[in-house]
Ligand binder design. Sequence first.
Ligand code: ZN
Ligand code: ZN
Length: 617
Amino acid sequence: MRRALLLILFLLATVVGPLRAAEEPAAPALQLEYRLILTQPNLHLVTVEITASKVSADFLDFVMPAWSPGRYAIYDFAKNVQEFEARGGQGQALAWSNLDKQTWRVEARGGGGIVKAHYGVYANDLSGTFSQFDSTHANLNGSSIFMYVAGHKPDPLTLSVDVPKDWQLISGFSDSTSERTFQAPNYDRLVDTPLEACADAKLAQFKEQGKSIRVAVHSYGDDKVDPSKLLAGLQKLVHAEMALMPAPDFGSYTFLFHFAPEISMGDGMEHLNSTQIIIRGSLSSNLAEALETAAHEFFHVWNVKRLRPAVLGPFDYTREVYTPSLWLAEGVTTYVSYLALLRSGLWTREQFLARLSDEIHALEEEPGRTLMSVESSSFHAWFYDRAPQMQETNFANSTISYYNKGALLGMLLDLEIQSRTQGAKSLLDVLSALYHKFYEAPQATYYGPGRGYEERDVLEAVNEVAGSDFTGFFDNYVRGTAPLPYAQALSAAGLGLRIRAPEGSPPSVGITGVPDDRGVRVFAVQPGGAADRAGVGRDDLLVAVDDQPLVAEDLNKRLKAYLPGASVPFTVERSGRQEIVYLTLDPPVPSSFTILELPGATPQQIAIRNRWLRANN
Ligand SMILES: [Zn+2]
Ligand SMILES: [Zn+2]
C-alpha cells in the first residue's frame, strides 16, 4: 500500500517476533462454493453463502479474518457480520456457537456431508481494505467479506456473484466483465482478488511484453471522464517497470481506479494481479497523484506480492504477523517507483532529485530517527498503519516511517552498490537476484510459487551481488539508528546535499503545534528544544507572546522579531490556568534540503550519475 496522507501540522521553527501459529493440520479437502448476493444496496448489506461439501468432520469452524494482507492493522472484520446461520444438505438447521469473536463453530454431524453457512456483512467504506455496497457500485475486498473454513484455506473453491445484469463485474479473475463464476486455487487467492461491480466504469486495455494490462476507472468526480492521459501515463510506467525486473507470471493485470471527491482519505492496495487505487478528488485534478500511486502499487507485483517476507504468504489471518522487512517491501518499493517515474519520462531529473530531497527532509525532521530503527518501525507497523489509536501516543517524537527511511535506504544502497561495483551492479540486480532465489524456488506451501525470505537473506543477497560486505551498512542503518550517510552515497554520482535554513527563517521554539481559536496548541515537543527546556508540554496552549495575543498563523512572523538565544515570555495556558514561561529561542531549523551536482566530478562519478538518472530503459 502507500503511506497515508498525514494531517498537516506546522512545525514551528522547524527482531524477531513470536513464532507463527502452528500450521493447521491437513484435512481431506472440502468442495467449497462461495456465493455473493448483492441485492440490498440501501442497507449496504452483502450476503455471503458458503457451501462446504464432502464434510466428514464433526464440526466446521468458519473464521472471519482480523486483518487484510497489505494493511498491517487489526480491524476485526467480524464486527460487521450479522445474521449468521448454518444449514445441512436438506436445508435442516445446524447448531452453531461462537468460539471467539471471529470464529463460528457449526455442528456438522446432522448435515449429511454438507454445511451451508449464510451471513450478512455491512459494507459502507470505500478503501483498499474494507468494502462498499451501495446503489452506485459494489467494491469488495475479500478479507472484509469472506470467512474461511479453518484447516481448509488451501482447498480450491468456486465463487459465483449475483449482481444486477447491467453491472460490469471487474476483477483480476477474468478479463470478461459479464462472467459471474470464477475458480480460485485457494482462499488466499480469493481474498487477494478485489471485485468491482458497477454500471458505469470506463474500461481500457493495452499490452506490454505480451501481458494484457486492464485499466478500469470508476469516477465520482468529473462528469465526462477522459482517461486518455491516465492511460498514456500507465503505459509508460508499466513499460518502465517491466524493464526493471523479470517478467511476472500473470497473463493479465487490472488497475482498478476510483476517483471520489467526497471521501476523507485515499488509498492504494497491492494484489497479485490487480490493484485498488482510490484517489480523493477527481481524475482531471489528481492525475499526477494517481500515476504516483500506480507506480508504487505496480512495483508490488514483484516486491511483496511475489518476493515476500516469509510471514506474508500464506497468511495467519487471525492475528498480527510480524516482519522487520517492511522497509524493503514498502520503502524500497517507494524508491523504485520514483526511479520508474524518472525512467518512464513522467518525471524529470529535477523532480526525481527533489522528491528524494523531500524524503531526506522528512526523516531529518523526525526526533524518532535516533530512537527507532527501520526494522523496529516495520515490526511495529501494527501500531500505526492506519490503526485506530485508543489512547494518546508519543509517536510524533518516538517513531519513524518505514516508507520514508526505507525509500532512503533504497537510494543509499543503490548508490553504494553502484559505487562499489564501478557501476556494474545496482539495487535492481539485488531485487532480481532475490526474486530468482525465493520466488522461483520450489513451491514450499499451498500459497503459490517459491517461498518467503527472512531479513538476513537481504544482506546476503546484497553481499553476493555487490561482491562486497555490507554488514556494517545493515548494522548502522537498517538495524541501527546511525545518521544516514547521504553525502558519501551521493558523491558516488558526483552529487552533494545542501542543508540550510532559508534566509529569514524564524528562530525555533521546538514544538509541533496545531492552530487553535485562542492561539497555538502544542501537539509535540522536540526533546531538548527550546520549549522542552522551558517545561512546555503537550496540550499546553500558547496564548500570547510578549503579552500580545497570539494568532496561530502569525507565530512564525512573531518569532522573526527575535534573535536565536533571546529569552521570550510566552503566556501558556494549562489546566485552565495561565502562566508566563520564558523560552530561550534556538537557531532556525534547516528546512531546505537540496541534492546538487558537485563541481569537478570525475568521469566515473559522471558515468554513475548519468546511468542512475537516465530517462529511458
Ligand atoms: Zn505499498
Ligand atoms: Zn466503483
